[in-house]
Design a protein around this ligand. Structure first.
Ligand code: NI
Length: 182
């Protein structure tokens, strides 16, 4: 679907969440991935629609090879957990793209994406000499059912491993997700 970088970016585990729903769910740190990934009950019932979104970096750039820029954009992603804009279910920032799994709350997805891309681009100006951070559009797909939701979540959390950035026991700096406790 999209190219992956091969140069590893190593780092610490994903920081703990302040999300109010985190108490009912395990924070996925990518250390030990469960065989079957299940989302908390709220992920199925509270949002009307869940969307898988992929924002690609400007062509032929891998802006998040710059760890400081990646950290700044990742902080912006994680901050969404405490905002009423959308309900964030999972996110993974890769060297040249960003996966988001989210449902609308006070903002619709299109408006939220427009704001996120604009704000994150302005943040990137402090780190890069480029004016443009993202490709003009983005990939979005509405999740049809529970099976697809779990499949997409599994795909997102395994992105760093599938790209060869970490091994199955490794942790990725920019991966966060809600999963239900068994
Ligand atoms: Ni990917």
């Amino acid at each position: 679907m999209h190219p992956h970088a091969t140069k590893p970016v190593t780092g610490a585990t994903v920081p703990a969440s302040n999300h109010q729903q985190a108490s009912a769910a395990t924070i996925l740190g990518f250390v030990q991935l469960p065989k079957r990934i299940r989302l908390p009950h709220d992920a199925y019932t509270s949002p009307e629609h869940v969307f898988h979104l992929v924002l690609h970096a400007f062509p032929d750039t891998q802006p998040f090879q710059d760890q400081a820029l990646g950290d700044a954009i990742w902080a912006l992603v994680l901050a969404e957990r405490n905002l009423p804009t959308v309900h964030l279910i999972a996110a993974c920032l890769m060297p040249d793209h960003l996966h988001l799994l989210a449902s609308p709350r006070e903002r619709d997805i299109i408006g939220w994406m427009r704001g996120f891309k604009s704000y994150s681009t302005r943040i990137s100006w402090e780190f890069t000499g480029r004016k443009v951070l993202w490709q003009p559009s983005y990939f979005d797909r509405r999740i049809r059912d529970e099976a697809e939701l779990e499949a997409v979540l599994g795909y997102i959390v395994r992105n760093p491993e599938n790209a060869g950035l970490v091994d199955a026991t490794g942790s990725w700096r920019w991966l966060w997700g809600l999963v239900a406790e068994d």
